[in-house]
Design a protein around this ligand. Sequence first.
Ligand code: NAD
Length: 492
Amino acid sequence: EITEIHASLSSTFLTSLSSSTKPNTTPSSKAGQYPVLSLPYRQHQLLQLARLVQENADALCHSLWVDEGKPRQEVLMAEIGAVIDRALKSARELEAWVGGGADMGEDVKLVGWQAGWKARVEKKAKGVVLIISPWNYPITLTLQPLCGAIAAGCPALIKPSEVVPTFSALLAELVPKYLDPAAYRVALGGVPEITRILELKWAHIFYTGNGRVARIISAAAAKHLTPMTLELGGKSPVIIDGASLGEEELRVAARRIVWGKVNNAGQICVAPDYVLIQTSYIPAFIEACRAALDSFFPNGALNSLDYGRIVSEAHFARVKGLLRETKGKVVIGGGVLDGSGGPQEGARARGVEPTVVLLDEATAADDVLLQDELFAPILPILPVASVAAALEYVRAHEHPLVIYAFTESDEVKREVKAGTMSGSVVFNETFNQLSVDEIPFGGVGESGYGRQPLKWTFEEFVYLRSVLDVPFSEEPKFGGRYPPSSKESLDF
Ligand code: NAD
């Protein structure tokens, strides 16, 4: 069946290419009145995508409650609202992104001896693309790339995560009701299905997920020389420059860090993974974390409907293993729900308290909490001698998706920016870089490559095609290039 879907999407793309030469006879898509993949068609599909999310917000929230025990407020804030907003913005800004006009490009003014030539750069759809998304923010991370593919004029197959089956089945049901099935399809399934999908030739693969699977997908893509976007994760550090912060700033810093950690129970690609802070500020920081958590969850996080759960039994076992194996001292939290059968059922039974662990400088390097991305509501604190030592630690590890630094010192900000590499640097806040549409989001090195959202996602799905048109009347300028040469000698 996947071969048929691929063939049908390819045929839609080819139709769009051949029909664009005869605008008056272009077959309209079943779903709309516009020629397939034309600019108005794309805008219409983007509006339909916004409608899909808006009209089914309750069902989407419910699906994530069932699959992940995810609080409704978190879904509304980080997923529903974000996707509606970005689909509408994409529809509105699309003409500016392509450079306007039906030819979708920009004329380039040439000078000097080339002044009489016509040059253009056009942003053309790459073709039929594949979007593979993870479970942690499944609405945003599936539909935000889809906005870019639609905007670019690429038919797309989307493969949501099997780890969130209720959501993925709902998406498979909704997409054909709102979007043109000739151009946008959903494939369900796990490793066997995705393996089959990866045998086919895609014009671009947009993958969001972990680095291990990214390597499998990259190897499959390499067989077809398929370009990719890799949105991966890693351990994003938090550097706290205690010396520059007053009591109140340290309190706010802790509040912002802890908030970034408890969202989606820490299962965020940009979660503050661990904290680097000078020993003398640690007691105040821990107390500030405790105060923040008490204010967020006065009756305890595990009793709050605002606090999420661990996505699957396998991840629940992994996170419990981390708590068991760390050599650090649990200074806040540490509690877990005792599996299903208790008062909280299904996904809600997989609860892990927000937990702060103080590591011992001497043994920390080997600690289980400082190995892989935690993806859990566990915040390890690693004491360091200075900000310089913190930067040294960060430099010695893979380039993270983001570096967070809490400081009031311009000099430290400069050192953090100049002395490290990462997809983003965020000062004095967590998570909110994702809400700023004007700056691109993505990784570097092990945290991936390619950028989103909006215009940057669109750019991932187009290629730059140069068009040069040299008038015959320019021929006199080429006199000197044709043999025989006027000076037939080897005199240099
Ligand atoms: P996941 O387990 O849902 O996997 C992601 C996708 O990969 C799924 O669609 C799945 O079907 C597919 N997949 C799994 N095994 C595969 C295989 N063997 N071959 C081919 N495809 C396979 O999600 P995950 O990877 O656990 O997601 C969490 C990771 O994603 C974290 O590392 C996180 O940091 C990262 N992430 C990054 C971003 C970002 O924008 N940079 C956003 C969210 C998550």
